[in-house]
Design a protein around this ligand. Structure first.
Ligand SMILES: Cc1ncc(COP(=O)(O)O)c(C=O)c1O
Length: 324
């Protein structure tokens, strides 16, 4: 076999010719490595010797843009900074610079509804595990178009099961690293089982979280409960939803808001359960391991929490408008 040795112009031609459906959702990419924004999906690339590629050495965030406004940008950037700090990774840009890059790249994409995926990588330099081999950390930001779940999905709810994937160590679970193989396997098992999500159980028998979402419950006494932040990611959506839930204490829908170690039995006896995350908002859980939860459809608290969160995305204090 004789393989062609490609010239730079042939490489560019090949890259632009390669086309597949998913690329239709890739609208713009900022790369600190390239020092600018790319709009051709075929040219949205990361150097192969970036430790993000060969070691999963990096941290990331997924941020939502709703009707031309970035939601929870500060919260996501603070979590990114904390994740990077945990693995001794310096940020290539300051938080205010990253905000400017986010707003500018989203503007260039033209998208009013989007998911922004922001990666901070250890950067290029050799193929070792040694983080000091990298020349400097990099930032990659990809703007993708976003199609939300249907209204029907929110009314009918989702099916959840128990994950067989070993839980992450607490320190790793609390960092949003690009080292997401356990999360990948959780998604795979839910797709293979034809259910919507699986959730983890820690060594003490307490529930953790889904592949990329948190789970919260409402017990029969109307207490809104989230798992302790020991072995899970501190979801920005969950935290914001819990802040907003304070407003429901006077409505009779909730009696208290608590953080608590929760078990599978707590899910089964809950009056409502919900998966919460950036791309989901507040999605009711109607079945756990084949057993019905609550009324088997969206409950009144899940409805109100979704409503509050969506109002917050439209006109709350945690939104940043993109100046198109
Ligand atoms: C493991 C994990 N848990 C929970 C979440 C939910 O977090 P957020 O609400 O910030 O999207 C995510 C998604 O980012 C995640 O990856």
């Amino acid at each position: 076999m004789t393989l062609p040795i490609l010239s730079p112009s042939e490489v560019q031609k090949q890259l632009l010719q390669r086309q597949y459906a998913a690329q239709g959702t890739y609208l713009a990419m900022y790369s600190s490595w390239l020092g600018g924004i790319v709009k051709d999906p075929g040219l949205m690339m990361v150097p192969v010797d970036d430790h993000l590629v060969h070691r999963g050495d990096g941290v990331f965030e997924a941020i939502k843009v709703v009707d031309g406004q970035v939601f929870l940008m500060q919260e996501h950037l603070e979590r990114l900074e904390a994740s990077a700090g945990q693995i001794g990774l310096s940020l290539p840009h300051s938080l205010p610079e990253m905000k400017d890059i986010i707003l500018e790249t989203t503007k260039v994409s033209g998208a009013r509804f989007a998911v922004l995926r922001l990666y901070i990588s250890r950067g290029p330099g050799y193929f070792s595990t040694n983080p000091y081999d990298s020349i400097s950390s990099q930032m990659y930001l990809i703007v993708t178009s976003f199609t939300p779940f249907t209204d029907e999905k929110y009314l009918k709810g989702v099916k959840v099961g128990r994950s067989q994937v070993a839980p992450k160590d607490p320190w790793l679970a609390r960092i949003k690293t690009c080292n997401y193989l356990p999360n990948v396997m959780m998604k795979k098992e839910s797709v293979d089982r034809k259910i919507d999500f699986t959730i983890g159980i820690d060594g003490q028998g307490f529930i953790t979280e889904g592949s990329t979402e948190n789970i919260v419950l409402i017990d029969k006494e109307k207490n809104l409960l989230r798992p302790k932040l020991r072995q899970i990611l501190k979801g920005t959506t969950m935290m914001r939803t819990f802040d907003l839930a304070e407003g429901l204490l006077g409505e009779g829908l909730l009696n208290s808001i608590q953080e608590k170690d929760l078990t599978e039995q707590d899910i089964l006896s809950a009056s409502e359960a919900m998966m919460i995350g950036t791309t989901l908002d507040v999605l009711p859980v109607v079945e756990y391991e084949g057993q019905q939860i609550g009324a088997g459809q969206q409950g009144p608290a899940a409805f109100r929490l979704l409503q509050l969160l969506r109002e917050d995305m439209k006109k709350g204090p945690k939104t940043t408008p993109v100046m198109y």
